[in-house]
Design a protein around this ligand. Structure first.
Ligand SMILES: [Fe+2]
Length: 405
């Protein structure tokens, strides 16, 4: 009898040990899975280019852990103090995408206001939750986590379980971990876009200053940039090189900021020392631009834009292919625009006359390959000149994306 009792105790003990072992293995594999997902998400932070793609990754991961039926990302709009549904996955996607919450309104608004992650089981019976029009009044559980960075609210992630399932503290804790990772990414995106916009505003001011100081018609820099881009693309250069040339075209005369206005505006023949001073502008421009880390690749394009193909240009008298392609392209674009829009003492030429000049100086002042490209694309070039684009038309969303070199 004693032996049977002992054997039964032994069997129970073995069972308990096996259960404990099974549970620890289960937790171990869950932890391993979570660590794996965290690594995956943190890698995605560097790979993915936009907020929606990243939120989608976070949604997939969080849903695979919490098994929620719905996932919604509400973006905070500080100007209106509201939360707007901007990404939704789940059966009531269309209804939720119409949702707009005031701060403090409903469960999502409450979590945003309190800046505290919470879950609410039996939400349909709670006064805190607000019923979203068009969705059935069924048993549901809600879990919401505010997204905040450096004290600023960025949005709220809301998850829903339908049909009587509930959330627990683990779901809340794990959702918080992944949402905090998302907060870093979203804040970074906002910061980059702010910095980009700041750069473009700065460029506008710099270019406007040069154009006001010089005798250029407004928009010279933008037109040189557009023409340079057309020629660079026809040369089949890489996208990065095309962007570099485009920015170089825009900033090519930035060094004139350091040249006396009386010299820049003089219509009579320049004295030797005045000529020497004006020839300093490519060097001054390159020196100025190299200080901006994102534009360092543009400095050479600016430095050599007054070199000529036969080696009689300045500042270094470089010849032929020794002149960077970016500078050779900008030189042609600059000449076309200067001839057709006019410079002091030189008058205005028609597009056909300007093209005849290009041909005349092909191989001496200009790279003959580029003159040929211009001739073959005369209509496109003519269109840019006729459109007379202004500086404010520069920097569309697409261009902002590509501005960093
Ligand atoms: Fe110049």
């Amino acid at each position: 009898m004693l032996r049977i009792i002992f054997e039964l105790i032994l069997i129970c003990a073995t069972g308990i040990s096996l259960y404990v072992l099974y549970q620890s293995r289960k937790n171990e594999s869950k932890e391993r899975y979570i660590i794996q997902e965290m690594r995956h998400i943190s890698r995605k932070m560097y790979e993915l280019g936009n907020e929606e793609e990243f939120i989608k990754e976070v949604c997939d991961t969080v849903q695979s852990i919490t098994h929620s039926n719905e996932f919604a990302y509400f973006k905070y709009v500080p100007e209106e103090d509201i939360l707007l549904a901007s990404y939704v996955v789940g059966p009531y996607k269309n209804q939720l995408l119409q949702a707009k919450m005031k701060m403090g309104e409903g469960f999502t608004g409450y979590v945003a206001k309190e800046r505290k992650a919470m879950f609410l089981n039996n939400a349909n019976k709670s006064t805190l939750a607000k019923h979203v029009p068009g969705t059935p009044d069924e048993d549901s559980a809600l879990l919401a986590v505010p997204i905040a960075f450096a004290g600023d609210l960025l949005g709220v992630i809301l998850q829903t379980k339908l049909g009587g399932s509930t959330f627990n503290k683990d779901d809340l804790r794990l959702s918080e971990i992944f949402v905090n990772l998302a907060a870093g990414f979203i804040a970074g995106e906002n910061y980059v876009s702010m910095v980009r916009q700041g750069f473009v505003d700065m460029l506008r001011v710099l270019i406007n200053t040069v154009e006001l100081k010089d005798t250029y018609t407004a928009g010279h820099s933008v037109r040189v940039s557009r023409l340079s881009e057309i020629i660079a693309k026809k040369m089949n250069l890489s996208e990065k090189e095309v962007t570099k040339i485009k920015i170089g075209g825009l900033l090519h005369d930035i060094g004139k900021i350091g040249i006396q206005e009386s010299i820049l505006r003089k219509s009579e023949k320049l004295e030797d020392e005045e000529l020497t001073e004006i020839k300093n502008h490519p060097g001054l421009g390159a020196k100025l631009i190299i200080k901006f880390k994102m534009f360092t690749g543009v400095a050479d394009a600016i430095l050599y834009h007054h070199e000529t193909y036969d080696g009689t240009g300045y500042p270094d008298g470089l010849q032929g292919e020794a002149i960077p392609i970016s500078s050779r392209i900008i030189a042609v674009a600059d000449a076309i625009d200067a001839m057709t829009f006019g410079r002091p003492g030189r008058g205005i030429k028609s597009v056909d006359e300007a093209f005849a000049e290009l041909k005349k100086f092909s191989g001496t002042q200009f790279d003959p390959k580029l003159v040929d490209i211009c001739n073959n694309n005369k209509d496109v070039i003519k269109k840019v000149l006729e459109e007379a684009v202004q500086i404010d038309e520069f920097a569309t969303e697409e261009e902002l994306e590509k501005i960093s070199l």
